[in-house]
Design a protein around this ligand. Structure first.
Ligand SMILES: Cc1cc2nc3c(=O)[nH]c(=O)nc-3n(C[C@H](O)[C@H](O)[C@H](O)COP(=O)(O)OP(=O)(O)OC[C@H]3O[C@@H](n4cnc5c(N)ncnc54)[C@H](O)[C@@H]3O)c2cc1C
Length: 360
């Protein structure tokens, strides 16, 4: 029986599995190879940190989802892909053969560029390891504890605010040279700045971090920032093992895909989500992985039946919602800015709706 191997239990693959459960493809065997039996939904993670959700509300039970579509589940870490032999190597077991491969393994933290970050900072990515790591910080928390969150994109801002709600700690958000919420409209950035000030989250911007050491974050030409805990929320990097696969990659190491989400030059390998590099490059945001899910599911089915896949057309703008961790949120779309309790209500409704699709 031909074999479809799904590598990584990310946001696009949970949709592939859901659709496979609803409409199985006779004559095909499906396996999911992923690291964790619970796949976290990133949109709700800051809410979990703030105590607005229980952890299980933000986790998709991969074991149950694969069982619903009669797929096999291998819990392991992929360490390599051999496209010629159609094989995936893994950390703890025999290689897995496939006829059709789809990769949705996300991104890794960008800790390699700053000395000491890998040793002394706690990265937000991969998100499947985030909650267990944060538990350590919660456990050791004490009044006045100094926490630095490095990286002031959407995830960094949401996590800093969530920690400020959850802990009696002195929190600093390190925005670096690009400032608070780069790429967001000015009015939203100002409102987020006000929300941080109201929660007594200090903001450091203007200088990039040059080194992370035990107990401190260092800058070039600016005083060091003492911090017992450092959370690393800067951009995403590609997993190093992708370099060995021989698959085409962009300048940052992510897998180049064509218009139909196929790995360039490989008709039987697909990639979606953060791991994939589409066109001139899409933001590394879960919303793209989610929107690619249905196209990926349709294309895997088409290729399995010997038919042509269809192109994926990314949306030009997308709704960006930021939880302020206090029952309100900020949002932006097509240049409009909005905020308040109803925006949190909307975000909560969308996030819970997403989870309901996969939690059975
Ligand atoms: C705190 C936080 C909040 C965020 N909030 C938002 C938000 O509100 N909206 C938004 O659009 N984006 C948000 N993001 C970004 C979002 O998390 C990512 O863009 C999204 O998770 C990418 O989805 P993905 O499917 O590509 O990969 P992931 O969700 O990262 O999933 C990858 C999967 O692959 C598995 N895996 C990885 N490597 C291997 C391997 N070698 N072998 C086997 N399995 C492997 C992992 O276990 C995981 O199951 C947030 C990020 C963070 C850190």
């Amino acid at each position: 029986m031909p074999h479809l191997l799904l590598l990584g239990g990310g946001h696009a693959h949970v949709e592939v599995l859901r659709q496979w459960a609803a409409h199985p493809l006779p004559g095909w065997r499906v396996t999911l190879l992923t690291r964790e039996w619970m796949s976290p939904y990133s949109g709700m993670l800051p809410g979990v940190i703030a105590g607005l959700y229980q952890p299980e509300e933000a986790l998709i039970d991969i074991t149950a989802l694969t069982a619903r579509c009669n797929a096999a589940l291998i819990l392991d870490r992929a360490t390599g892909i051999d496209p010629r032999r159609r094989r995936v190597q893994r950390a703890q077991g025999a290689d897995v053969d496939w006829d059709l491969l789809s990769i949705d393994t996300g991104a890794t933290p960008d800790v390699g560029r700053v000395p000491g970050a890998a040793e002394h900072a706690l990265p937000l990515k991969p998100i499947d390891a985030l909650l267990p790591r944060l538990r350590g910080i919660f456990h050791e928390a004490h009044p006045g504890q100094r926490i630095a969150v490095v990286g002031a994109g959407a995830a960094g801002v949401e996590v800093a605010l969530a920690l400020a709600v959850r802990l009696d700690a002195a929190i600093t958000l390190v925005a670096g040279a690009s400032g608070l919420l780069p790429g967001f409209p000015g009015r939203l950035r100002r409102r987020a700045g006000q929300a941080l000030a109201a929660r007594k989250v200090a903001l450091r911007s203007g200088r990039n971090v040059t080194e992370v050491a035990q107990g401190a974050v260092h800058f070039d030409g600016a005083p060091s920032l003492p911090a017992e805990s450092v959370i690393w929320a800067t951009g995403a990097a590609a997993a190093p093992w992708l370099a060995e696969t021989g698959l085409a990659r962009d300048a940052r190491g992510f897998l180049r895909v064509d218009a139909c989400l196929r790995a360039e030059g490989h008709s039987h390998i697909f990639a979606a989500g953060d791991v994939a590099s589409f066109g001139a490059g899409l933001p590394k945001a879960g919303v793209f992985a989610v929107r690619q899910g249905p196209v990926l599911a349709a294309n895997l089915r088409a290729v399995a039946r010997g038919r042509a896949p269809r192109p994926y057309r990314p949306q030009r703008d997308y709704l960006r919602l930021l939880s302020l961790a206090d029952g309100t949120a900020l949002g932006t779309r097509n240049g409009l800015i909005f905020g308040g309790r109803w925006v949190w209500w909307l975000k909560d409704r969308l996030d819970r709706g997403f989870m309901a699709r996969y939690q059975g």
